[in-house]
Ligand binder design. Structure first.
Ligand SMILES: CC(C)(COP(=O)(O)OP(=O)(O)OC[C@H]1O[C@@H](n2cnc3c(N)ncnc32)[C@H](O)[C@@H]1OP(=O)(O)O)[C@@H](O)C(=O)NCCC(=O)NCCS
Length: 192
């Protein structure tokens, strides 16, 4: 079960649920080729995106069966939307979740992806009591891998030809963190 109180806050970001007012911003983001170069979705029509958004506005909590939390990240000082971040439960494996993140190119390179994703790890481990959280990316997506490693996740392996990104089969890389590793990281940070 997970019922976060929104907005969540990090040092520089406010994380809040998506609304239908984010539709145009999402439409623009999802038509930037550099954003969806390594992803299996993007480029939707406005009608299709309305359907996507209608589901996303409800992704704010988990029930006992699990669920998804899909949030917009805004810069606190400017109020600008910088990207989106998510945490969802694995339906097959109990106490396991997955995080994801997308940053608008105007706001990349500032450490925002790692900052927002770290809050998803906190939500998963501290609030949802997960045992293990994974993040997956196209094996060519060096920026995403760097974010995962920066978070302290460990690279576990590469599934060959496992994601259909941009009309071609691509290798899919997985990194993971265990609750014990998260707690050790938090304890270490508290003493430095
Ligand atoms: C992946 C993504 C979120 C990273 O965003 P970002 O704003 O660059 O992330 P951060 O600034 O938090 O950290 C990125 C780190 O990767 C490094 N990096 C960026 N591009 C890199 C590259 N091509 N190769 C290696 N490292 C790279 C940066 O230097 C930074 O590391 P540092 O803080 O140690 O200097 C962004 O590139 C993005 O949105 N891409 C498109 C969507 C996407 O692929 N999402 C991930 C899906 S799995």
């Amino acid at each position: 079960m997970l019922h976060p109180e929104f907005p969540l806050k990090t040092a520089r970001l406010r994380l809040r649920p998506q609304t239908m007012e984010d539709l145009e911003w999402q439409y623009d983001l999802r038509h930037l080729p550099e954003v969806f170069r390594y992803l299996p979705f993007g480029g939707e029509s406005r009608d299709d995106l309305v359907e996507v958004m209608e589901k996303r506005v409800k992704m704010t909590h988990w029930t006992e069966e699990g669920g998804s939390v899909m949030l917009i990240a805004e810069e606190i000082y400017s109020g600008a939307r910088v990207g989106e971040v998510c945490l969802f439960s694995d339906k097959q494996v109990q106490e396991t979740g997955e995080i994801g993140y997308i940053l608008h190119p105007d706001y990349q390179g500032k450490g925002y992806a790692a900052e927002a994703a770290r809050e998803m790890l906190r939500l998963g481990f501290d609030d949802a009591n997960l045992h293990r959280i994974v993040a997956k990316c196209n094996a060519e997506n060096k920026a995403s891998l760097h974010v995962m490693l920066k978070l302290g996740m460990r690279q576990e392996g590469i599934a060959r030809s496992a994601s259909f990104d941009n009309d071609e089969w691509c290798d899919l890389l997985t990194c993971a963190m265990l609750e014990s590793e998260w707690k050790a990281q938090q304890a270490k940070q508290a003493t430095t």
